[in-house]
Ligand binder design. Structure first.
Ligand code: NAP
Length: 246
């Protein structure tokens, strides 16, 4: 389904990004695995993809750092050429009730979760336009739709992606390329492992399907959005959250 496509997945050394990278490769794509500090795990993802017979490279870059993102883009272009699909997945949380949230807590989450999306989209924008079937996929969150106690910074970034995605979708449309958001609910990754048990129990009570998502629940949807089957869908938010209200 993705034969001949090159896909760039930010933050794909672990968690949801790792699952997306493997899923896209299983469906025929060559993949760029980006990481910030998990060099070993990123190379393990590359090895798994190469075992499938696809090409993959691991590239270190902090998405919040414009210069390092541009250096990453240069390396990707030198080694694999233009990308067809950019998945802006890298994201962090620094959770505190607003009373205790500092300017630095606010700023760092903005720089990674929104600044990183700007930097990566900017660096690969010419590729997405030139591809004519380019796919920009931004990983948001149910928290951007509903808000969440102790996550004013994170929720703001994930809501911000809705406005960004709808706008760039309009600007890509004349090229035949699309931009969409996937908004997962709560997914079993290191990010959720940081949440205390009593809070996890409360969250679970709000999920009609009565379980947290597995990474595969999200990566299959991203594969669909990356594929030619989604070519008439743009500017949308796909909520993949076990039926949580929105
Ligand atoms: P995770 O397990 O904490 O993994 C985060 C990934 O992002 C890692 O590969 C990490 O790389 C990378 N990363 C973090 N900061 C980075 C930076 N500045 N530059 C480059 N890479 C960076 O997180 P996850 O749960 O998979 O979440 C992935 C995305 O899904 C995030 O955008 C998150 O907001 C969103 N999401 C998650 C959930 C959930 O419940 N887990 C729900 C909804 C949405 P290193 O390993 O090198 O640090």
């Amino acid at each position: 389904m993705l034969d001949g496509q090159t896909c760039m997945v930010t933050g794909s050394s672990r968690g949801i990004g790792r699952g997306i990278a493997l899923e896209l490769a299983e469906n025929g794509a060559d993949v760029v695995v980006n990481y910030r500090s998990s060099e070993g795990p990123a190379h393990e993802v590359v090895d798994e993809i190469e075992d499938m017979g696809q090409t993959a490279i691991a590239v270190q870059a902090d998405v919040a750092d414009q210069d390092s993102v541009q250096a990453m883009a240069n390396e990707v272009h030198d080694e694999l050429g233009e990308v067809d699909v950019l998945v802006n997945n890298a994201g962090i949380t620094i959770d505190k009730v607003f009373d205790n949230m500092t300017h630095d807590d606010w700023q760092r989450v903005m720089e990674v979760n929104l600044g990183g999306v700007f930097n990566c989209t900017k660096a690969f924008w010419p590729d997405l336009k030139a591809a004519n079937h380019g796919r920009l996929i931004n990983i948001s969150s149910v928290v951007g739709q509903q808000g969440n106690y102790g996550q004013a910074n994170y929720a703001t970034t994930k809501s911000g992606l809705f406005g960004f995605t709808r706008t760039v979708a309009l600007e890509l449309a004349s090229e035949g390329s699309t931009a969409n958001c996937v908004a997962p609910g709560f997914v079993e990754t290191d990010m959720l492992a940081d949440v205390p048990d009593r809070v996890r129990d409360k969250i679970l009570q709000r999920i009609p399907l009565d379980r947290f998502a597995e990474v595969d629940d999200i990566s299959g949807i991203v594969r669909f959005v990356a594929s030619p089957e989604s070519s008439y869908m743009t500017g949308q938010v796909l909520a993949v959250n076990g039926g949580m209200e929105w």
